[in-house]
Design a protein around this ligand. Structure first.
Ligand code: ZN
Length: 246
């Protein structure tokens, strides 16, 4: 068990300065395995589903909200930090339901990962990634749909403002609208705070995913083949906005 193994990341200060000149962060950061998989994080602030996030992401969000408000856009957080336990409940609830409906374990897993992550692999575990919409706009029944951010959708103004300004505050869309991108579908609401999520992803890449899902006894983990894990890692974890890779 590598529960308390710390992964050191060094030399990222230069990248941070090059990409985000107005932001600064330590050149050496370390993250525990449990912090990377949503099992406890000493850097979190907030006490609700929509306010719990990484301290630095929270500070940047406050500044971004203030700037957006000047353009009459009230940014609302729909989802922020999500724990390993919560993601496990979501995943296993679906696994249970789909296999009871008659799907094979592998088909059930494929169906789940169209929309949900495997527990321990969600960027929401890091507290750096947020689902955002506009509060002062007409509210559709189901807010997290791409069509609401385009055409005459209620969140178009928000989308245009974020396209222009989010990067100034360190936030980038994670799952971009790029036809060549694999993995998770386009999510115009999901933003990542790059100064923290980039080094976290670098550390995360060093984890052994197969070992992780077995150690954490995730329902159905015995059906995750090597090929499946490799494809999930390449597509769902690493095929994201290149601005969030390094
Ligand atoms: Zn999200």
């Amino acid at each position: 068990m590598n529960r308390n193994k710390f992964i050191k990341i060094t030399g990222l200060g230069g990248i941070g300065i090059a990409v985000l000149p107005q932001l600064s962060f330590s050149g050496t950061q370390s993250f525990s395995r449990n912090q990377l998989i949503g099992k406890g994080n000493q850097d979190l602030v907030g006490d609700t589903y929509t306010s719990t996030m990484h301290r630095e992401a929270s500070e940047a969000l406050t500044k971004m909200k203030r700037a957006a408000a000047k353009a009459n856009i009230e940014i609302e957080v729909v989802s922020a930090y999500r724990s390993f336990q919560r993601q496990k409940e979501i995943f296993e609830g679906k696994y249970d339901r789909f296999t009871k409906q008659g799907l094979s374990p592998t088909d059930a897993i494929e169906k789940i990962i169209e929309y949900s992550t495997i527990p321990g692999t969600s960027r929401h575990h890091w507290g750096t990634d947020l689902d955002l919409i506009q509060a002062n706009a007409p509210r559709p029944a189901s807010v997290l749909q791409a069509k609401h951010f385009h055409g005459n959708g209620p969140f178009c103004k928000f989308k245009a403002w974020m396209d222009e300004h989010a990067a100034e505050f360190g936030f980038y869309e994670t799952y971009t609208d790029n036809a060549l991108r694999k993995g998770f579908a386009y999510e115009p609401w999901h933003f990542s705070y790059a100064p923290v999520s980039i080094p976290m992803l670098q550390a995360y890449k060093k984890l052994d995913l197969k070992q992780l899902v077995l150690e954490e006894k995730i329902l159905g983990a015995e059906h995750f083949s090597e090929a499946f894990i490799e494809r999930y890692r390449a597509n769902n974890i690493l095929d994201i906005n290149p601005k969030l890779l390094s």
